[in-house]
Design a binder for this molecule. Sequence first.
Ligand SMILES: NC(=O)C1=CN([C@@H]2O[C@H](COP(=O)(O)OP(=O)(O)OC[C@H]3O[C@@H](n4cnc5c(N)ncnc54)[C@H](O)[C@@H]3O)[C@@H](O)[C@H]2O)C=CC1
Ligand SMILES: O=C(O)[C@@H]1CCC=N1
Length: 264
Amino acid sequence: MRTIGVIGGGGWLAGALLRPALADGIIRPERLILSSRSGDMSGFDAWPRIRATTDNAELVAASDIVMLCVRPNDLAELSLDLSGKLVISVVAGVTMDVLARSFGARRIVRAMPNACAEQRLSFTPWFATDSVSDDEAHFVFRFFSASGRAHGITEEAQLDYFTALTGSGPAFPALFADAMIRHAIGAGIAPDTAVAAVRQLFMGAGVLMAQSETTPAELVDVFLDYQGTTAAGLTAMIEADVGSAIFKGLSAARRRAAKGLAAL
Ligand SMILES: NC(=O)C1=CN([C@@H]2O[C@H](COP(=O)(O)OP(=O)(O)OC[C@H]3O[C@@H](n4cnc5c(N)ncnc54)[C@H](O)[C@@H]3O)[C@@H](O)[C@H]2O)C=CC1
Ligand SMILES: O=C(O)[C@@H]1CCC=N1
């Protein structure tokens, strides 16, 4: 089994991706090295054999696969030779070209998971350079499948789009949910009850939309055709152009992802 080094291994996304993969035996604790600025690693108490370091050069020397899990601006601080390694980057907006020029990497995978990885419910598009072997691609697929649905894509540029659409994870639905909670509280519902009700609503709606053969657009039509109270609400939201606000938000997130870091 290969040794994996995760730079930024103490961070939010690294933990959310690694815990499901460790629990499933896709990676082994004795073959995992995590680096962080402080050397402190929380969230991995169940796997005491994981090694922790603050020295990224030491991590790289000991690893066959190096995963980049730091924030985009922190990547600029890294001065590492990753030639000969399989490099897996989840860093938003940093292209294969920049990774190759900055670190001498050739075998590169870029992936865009989201914060639902901890619940094993991420949608994770990924893209690999031609020099990544079938065996390595299979490992990447299994690794990201542990924390959700891994989806290979054939154009790197689409990753910037998915960074906006699904990389944002719960953030955009949370904005909608929060508006509903605030409205409910305004209508006199106790705050705890409003939060519990809307949390349950989003879980129910999410599971239904994931499992039903009916598409979201068809679901809206079903309720509009029903001509009841929900249709009154939907019609008012459509007339207020809620779709335009969502389009604006996704476009802004996509522009930010595409701006990326031209050079490190
Ligand atoms: N959090 C999310 O929902 C998502 C994050 N991403 C990407 O994942 C990457 C990591 O994001 P998060 O986990 O949210 O950030 P985070 O801030 O929680 O974790 C980053 C970690 O990197 C460490 N770090 C910084 N510089 C370092 C260095 N030189 N050596 C070793 N460790 C270093 C920090 O101490 C921190 O623990 C980002 O590039 C982000 O674009 C992608 C999709 C979703
Ligand atoms: O908001 C961000 O920048 C990170 C990267 C993609 C999703 N979350």
